[in-house]
Ligand binder design. Structure first.
Ligand code: HEC
Length: 209
């Protein structure tokens, strides 16, 4: 999307949101979805499959990320039920490899700077939202700082399992979480998630120094 398209899209969404009297909520949602879908042009090497909403995303959009308890519980249960684990069953991998994938920014991106390529090595772009190694100064703050995460929380079997599953699908714990469903959406493999889990929990990792 170029800037003009983005502005048009923002206007369309604002218009759709403001037209409460134009029709039932579903129509407004459909209008917004259509505006978003049409703003992406095929042929720009973008993976337009991303625009298809699954049941969870639809529910989160419908309730503006604040679903009623029953819907939230169903989202948690669905996410938990779909978690896959590494073939060797080890949820703690190698922290150095984990650091690489924690840092690596290439995941899905919007636009044509680099085309989406399913064969390309992908990382979780975790620093975009979470501080971790105190020596790394470039990080976003949408998510909580994970500096000292393993030192503070320990590396018990429960913590390892929680951390692995949180990264695999954040919505197993927090329905409509803003954290991407990195394992669920195939951005990270189970093995990469196990390495990142070690980066967060291992006493050897700079996160816990
Ligand atoms: C777009 C922002 C975003 C990205 C990218 C992101 N997260 Fe998160 N993450 C969040 C938010 C927001 C929370 C807190 C709310 C929640 O739990 O859903 C969170 C929570 C967490 C937690 C739970 C912290 C706790 O105190 O229990 C862990 C662990 C975590 N993220 C790890 C990661 C890792 C590892 C990556 C990269 C593979 C990552 N996150 C990528 C936004 C993000």
């Amino acid at each position: 999307m170029n800037r003009k398209q983005t502005t048009l899209l923002a206007a369309a969404v604002a218009f759709a949101a403001g037209c409460a009297t134009a029709g039932p909520k579903d129509d407004i949602q459909a209008l917004a979805n259509k505006a978003i879908a049409e703003s992406f042009k095929p042929g720009e090497n973008q993976d337009l499959d991303r625009l298809k909403q699954d049941e969870t995303l639809r529910a989160c959009n419908q309730y503006r990320d604040n679903p009623p308890e029953k819907v939230a519980a169903a989202i948690n249960a669905r996410a938990t039920g779909n978690i896959k684990y590494p073939a060797d069953g080890k949820l703690m991998g190698d922290w150095k490899t984990g650091e690489k994938y924690y840092k690596m920014g290439f995941a899905y991106r919007i636009g044509t700077v680099e085309p989406d390529d399913p064969k390309k090595d992908r990382g979780g772009n975790c620093y975009a939202c979470h501080a971790a190694d105190p020596k790394e100064l470039a990080f976003g703050t949408l998510g909580p700082a994970l500096t000292g995460y393993g030192k503070l929380r320990g590396a018990s079997d429960e913590m390892v399992k929680y951390t692995y599953e949180k990264i695999y699908n954040s919505q197993a714990f927090t329905a409509c979480s803003q954290m991407p469903r990195l394992g669920h959406n195939g951005i990270l493999t189970p093995e990469k998630i196990a390495h990142i889990t070690a980066f967060l929990l291992s006493p050897e990792s700079p996160v816990n120094k």
